[in-house]
Design a protein around this ligand. Sequence first.
Ligand code: FES
Length: 105
Amino acid sequence: MSFRVGPVDLIPEGESLLVEAKDSGASEDIAIFHAEDGNFYALQDECTHEVASLSDGWIEDCTVECPLHSSSFDLKTGKVLCMPATVDARTYKVNVVDGFLELEV
Ligand code: FES
């Protein structure tokens, strides 16, 4: 199932957007990132370490750094890149269709 998030300019490069599960129909909240490579990526919003929102994190290149304890995750693969988190994040696919972002949930 795909959820239409909004126009591509909704998320400027280097920023992110939280899509709540109650809106998208997904089983969890999802963070969409507009990475510095110009592409859009999506991960589970909740950090795999403790309770923190990755959509509040810092984007650098194609990674996001958790705002709470600074673990970072690869936006393309969800792979955790540094401690204290040790579990990878789930990834979701984001498509650009006719100028709109669509999230596969
Ligand atoms: S909650 Fe994200 S690194 Fe601790």
